[in-house]
Design a protein. Structure first.
Length: 414
């Protein structure tokens, strides 16, 4: 397995060109000294087979519960949740409570009494045991789902790891690259699992895509094009204005994770960010990031002023021997094209039926259960997650290093 040093994510150059209400930032990523560039960051141990013939990848190892319904362990996995403010918090808790043959929900932490009172009446939080964070961290619990507001995700995760707990950490992994590195270093030293909440990893269309890419059926990848947007009303705009990276940071991180799964660490990232209503707020609502690779160019768009943003979400991959299109992402529709017959696929374009998922987040927690029970390793290791976080921050125009800001104005900028 090819690796690179966690601390080696140095910036070689940065520049910013300001034009109107938007700006462009282009960042060259310097490869760590003594390291080998990673074409794949997913652990090779997650795949079945050897050499170029290793093909069984994520279809069999990453997603053991692809048919949904793994055998319950002798002892249920004891799990708790910290936080209710993350946009995915209710959905994650619903998945945990629905998998009651696998998990025993110990309790939920919400330190804000007013917030706790407001969510207690909803179905998903009904009859849960409310606990203090100290009580949860110090009780006999195997794992904790961290679902706080984004600014508190990594600090809370560090407390869980210090207490010796595996964690499911919702996205994105905070706003500080040094803090993210420290978190993964802590987990690696303690032998604990950090499962990031990038839900597309377990989307059946992406599971199929990762498998086909691993088999080499698309040939050398030359292009990835992705878009993940929505319409943000004034309330959501105000909420997301907390992040200097806009929607690219908060939402498009899902597709950046999938891009890194396929292509690895980019050589250069150019961010184009625009605030369409500067008199209203400073929210970056129309963004484009370009990721340069040795043999490919990837583009990711995030548009929060798109009234059809959700149904237009897509992820397309083009190789020298085929193409794979997911459009829309949820529920996924897949079209593939091959320059020759591949497996049970014919030459040319064809629609592909993908199996439905039992729940948006079910497969994530089924996979986490298999990891905790020692049945497998998580397919996405700390090096992958660090590369994703670095890429998300740079694509959003956010700072990665306190020594060098990717949004520092160039000398000739106007």
């Amino acid at each position: 397995m090819k690796r690179f040093n966690n601390a080696g994510t140095l910036l070689k150059d940065s520049k910013r060109v300001v034009n109107g209400s938007g700006h462009q930032a282009s960042i060259l990523l310097k490869k760590p000294r003594g390291s080998i560039q990673m074409e794949k960051i997913i652990s090779r141990r997650s795949f079945v087979g050897a050499g170029q013939a290793a093909v069984a990848g994520l279809m069999t190892s990453c997603l053991i519960p692809s048919v949904h319904g793994i055998q319950p362990a002798t002892r249920k996995i004891r799990i708790g949740q910290i936080g209710t403010r993350h946009p995915h918090a209710a959905g994650k808790l619903a998945a945990i409570r629905g998998l009651d043959t696998i998990f025993e929900l110990v309790g939920v932490v919400e330190t804000d009494a007013e917030r706790r009172e407001s969510v207690s009446g909803s179905e998903v939080y009904r009859n849960v045991a409310w606990m203090s964070q100290n009580d949860l961290l110090n009780c006999n619990v195997d794992a904790i789902a961290v679902e706080t507001q984004v600014s508190q995700l990594v600090p809370t995760a560090m407390q869980c790891l210090t207490a010796g707990k595996h964690i499911h950490l919702d996205k994105p992994a905070g706003m500080s690259m040094p803090a993210c590195r420290a978190m993964h270093r802590q987990a690696d030293q303690k032998g604990l699992t950090i499962q990031m909440g990038y839900m597309l990893r377990y989307n059946p269309a992406f599971v199929l895509l990762f498998d086909i890419v691993q088999k080499g059926w698309l040939g050398r990848i030359t292009e990835v094009t992705a878009e993940m947007g929505k319409w943000a009303n004034d309330s959501l705009r105000q909420e997301l204005s907390e992040f200097s990276g806009g929607g690219m940071f908060e939402l498009a991180c899902h597709v950046i994770d999938a891009m890194v799964t396929i292509l690895g660490r980019p050589d250069q990232i150019t961010a184009h960010n625009r605030s369409s209503y500067p008199n209203k707020d400073n929210f970056l609502d129309n963004q484009l990031a370009v990721f340069d690779y040795p043999n490919a160019i990837a583009t990711v768009r995030c548009n929060h002023i798109d009234p059809f943003g959700f149904p237009r979400r897509h992820f397309h991959v083009v190789g020298e021997q085929g193409a794979f299109e997911i459009n829309p992402l949820e529920p996924p529709k897949v079209r593939v094209a091959f320059d020759r017959p591949r497996g049970h696929f014919k030459k040319g374009f064809q629609q592909v039926e993908v199996p439905p998922s039992s729940g948006r987040y079910d497969a994530e927690f089924e996979d986490l259960a298999n990891v905790i029970q020692g049945k497998k390793e998580l397919a996405w290791n700390s090096q992958h997650d660090l590369t994703v976080q670095e890429s998300v921050l740079l694509a959003s125009g956010m700072k990665v290093s306190p020594m060098l800001s990717p949004t520092k104005p160039a000398r000739d900028s106007k």
